[in-house]
Design a protein around this ligand. Structure first.
Ligand code: ADP
Length: 635
């Protein structure tokens, strides 16, 4: 909303003032993009009019051709851009031009902070396109007349500093919008025909209405997706992709498909090199542009491809849909749904083909868009195809860059291995140093490393690949691994004596007393080789990572109760047995047990208050330094 000072004079909202301030004083390169933005607005207005006209409603000046005109006046240093589109009413002027529509300027401002030089990628995505004109203008006048017959023509004027005026237009005007720009003195080049022509060709060549520059048509208006594939060059595809997405890079992949039967449609799809999702505003910025007989029916239709393929950009055009179809009823249209299904199938098949023929390219796609692709775990219809698209890092690789498919993993299974092992963690290092991983390492069993929390959901939903079950290494009963030989020469302590074994039983009880309710059980482990102890979930429970995710979702901050497993072949535990034998009440046992427990919590990310742990370490260090000193004096 704007604050009105008099009936015709309005102040810009604070956020717009801030934005304008940046644009007016901008030193940005690529100022020329203002023209792309204004032409794109004009084209939208024409698309809307064309959409209205096919619906059969009556509207003003129906005989006017749908077109965009650019005229420059060198002497007056003025540029005029006009269209015969839908126009705006007074109210629409206030609400469309007076506020920032799409996602708010705060994010926009943050974004330009981050990306100081190149505004061109950002501006179009934020619904602030119109304001970019103030990079080159000292004053702008919008004259506009709505297609609605009862509305009057209005005029908006502003110097882009703080306010604007709206008045009834006192001159005859036909339907559409005229934007008159008084250029800043230093922006004279935007009255040069060659300059304007090159900017229009560069950014607006694919606009589907004629653009006239001083009465000469400058754009080519071909619906590229309708042309035969073999007549289109890579450069043309690339140019179209950039036009469509505002991306400054070439696409990573292009898929151009023409289908004639049983339903006719053409689709031109692209996989961008980069995923801009990280900016956070991208969430709703997906979907394919839907055309019917070359008329744009809907920009970014969200039902032609499932959300997890939303990183794919492009257009779809069909002869077989009715022109007057409403956006609301599209989803119920049988033909539309068949087209959507067909496109999804084509895209999945194409991704699989890339994965097979060009693994490096697929790795690049996975790296940028894998986060989105993983969301496909909810697409049950295409589950088999989806599973083949998954990639994981694993213990087979030296670092995080290695990627394996489930198919490749299965190809490397050890004899007798019936399960696919995985484990989640925030980093590779965290997984590798987890006590749960020890036995898999020593038996040289490959483990998939799940480094993205969403992978847990993927595993939970996929459950098995071919006849192999996917299991978290936490949930594997170590007994089942006995059949796999241990590779390393583990330095083993001598077999535990019968007496010590009995004492160990008592020690376990003592440990349970010390920890009380914090653990459900204390028992001997057969999964550990290097660590003295670890925490384990009950066999039928969820994985720790999933448990953590569920806790975050339900804002539950409690520490889950687990089983504490003790490695009887670890030196520390053997020493504890001796200490226990000498004095079962020795305080030192308490300290060590608490320390082992809290260390596990720390590793699993559950230790919120480190004070006790730090104090205890201080005490233990003090004790061990005494010991060290004593030993040193003896030798
Ligand atoms: P965006 O086009 O991204 O929504 P803009 O700031 O460029 O953001 O434009 C704001 C709105 O003003 C548009 O959404 C449209 O409703 C209206 N508008 C702009 N230019 C025109 C035009 N030439 N004809 C009709 N409406 C227009």
């Amino acid at each position: 909303m704007t604050d009105s000072q008099s009936s015709n004079h309005y102040e810009f909202k604070a956020e717009i003032k801030q934005l304008l301030n940046i644009l007016v004083h901008s030193l940005y390169t690529h100022k020329e993009i203002f023209l792309r933005e204004l032409i794109s607005n004009a084209s939208d207005a024409l698309d809307k009019l064309r959409f209205e006209s096919v619906s059969g409603k009556k509207f003003r000046d129906a005989e006017l051709p749908l077109e965009i005109r650019v005229e420059a006046n060198k002497d007056k240093n003025r540029l005029v851009i006009s269209d015969t589109g839908i126009g705006m009413t007074r109210e629409e002027l206030v609400s469309n031009i007076g506020t920032i529509a799409k996602s708010g300027s705060a994010e926009f401002l943050k974004q330009i902070e981050d990306d100081k030089k190149d505004l061109s990628n950002i501006i179009g995505k934020f619904g602030v396109g119109f304001y970019s004109v103030f990079m080159v203008a000292k004053e702008v006048t919008i004259k506009t007349k709505s297609y609605k017959e009862e509305e009057e023509a209005v005029e908006w004027k502003s110097d882009g500093l703080g306010s604007y005026d709206i008045n009834t237009l006192n001159e005859p005007m036909k339907r559409g919008t005229i934007i008159e720009i008084e250029l800043k003195d230093e922006e004279k080049e935007f009255t040069e025909k060659y300059k304007l022509e090159s900017v229009i060709k560069k950014h607006s060549n694919f606009i589907s209405f004629p653009i006239y520059l001083e009465n000469n048509k400058v754009n080519s208006i071909s619906a590229l997706w309708r042309e035969p594939k073999n007549t289109i060059t890579k450069e043309q595809y690339s140019e179209f992709f950039k036009f469509l997405t505002y991306d400054s890079e070439d696409p990573l992949e292009t898929l151009h498909v023409s289908v004639d039967a049983p339903i006719q449609f053409n689709t031109l799809l692209f996989i961008p090199k980069k995923n801009y999702d990280q900016f956070g505003y991208y969430k709703n910025d997906y979907g394919l542009d839907l055309y019917v007989k070359r008329v744009l029916i809907q920009h970014q239709n969200k039902d032609l491809l499932p959300e997890y393929l939303g990183f794919i950009k492009g257009v779809v055009d069909s002869e077989d849909l009715p022109l007057n179809i409403s956006r609301e009823t599209l989803q119920e249209n049988v033909i539309f749904n068949k087209i959507a299904q067909n496109i999804t199938t084509q895209v999945l098949a194409h991704l699989k083909k890339i994965a097979t023929d060009d693994p490096d390219k697929y790795a690049a796609i996975w790296k940028e868009h894998g986060k989105a692709i993983r969301l496909g775990y909810s697409d049950f219809i295409n589950k088999d195809k989806f599973v083949e698209l998954l990639r994981f890092n694993s213990s087979k690789y030296e670092n995080q860059d290695g990627l394996t498919s489930l198919k490749e993993y299965v190809g490397r299974l050890k004899e007798g291995q019936k399960e696919i092992y995985y484990f989640s963690g925030p980093t590779r290092e965290a997984i590798i140093s987890s006590p749960h991983y020890e036995i898999f390492k020593s038996r040289q069993l490959e483990v998939l490393f799940l480094l993205d929390p969403i992978d847990e959901f993927v595993m939970d939903s996929v459950r098995e690949y071919k006849e192999y079950k996917l299991v978290s290494i936490e949930q594997v009963d170590p007994k089942n691994l006995d059949k796999f030989e241990s590779a390393g020469k583990e330095e083993k302590l001598p077999e535990i004596s019968k007496d010590d074994e009995k004492t160990l039983d008592k020690l376990l009880k003592r440990i349970k007393e010390i920890l009380g309710d914090k653990v459900t059980e204390v028992r001997i482990s057969n999964r550990l080789t290097d660590s003295p102890s670890c925490l384990v979930n009950p066999a039928d429970g969820m994985t720790s990572q999933m448990q953590k995710i569920m806790q975050i979702v339900s804002k539950d901050t409690s520490v889950p109760k687990k089983i504490l497993e003790i490695n009887k072949d670890h030196k520390l535990i053997r020493n504890l047995i001796k200490i226990y034998t000498a004095n079962s009440k020795d305080e030192y046992i308490d300290q060590v047990v608490e320390q082992l427990y809290e260390s596990s919590l720390l590793l699993e990310g559950y230790l919120t208050d480190p004070h006790n742990l730090v104090n205890r370490i201080k005490n233990l260090l003090e004790k061990s330094s005494d010991l060290h000193d004593a030993v040193r004096e003896k030798t």
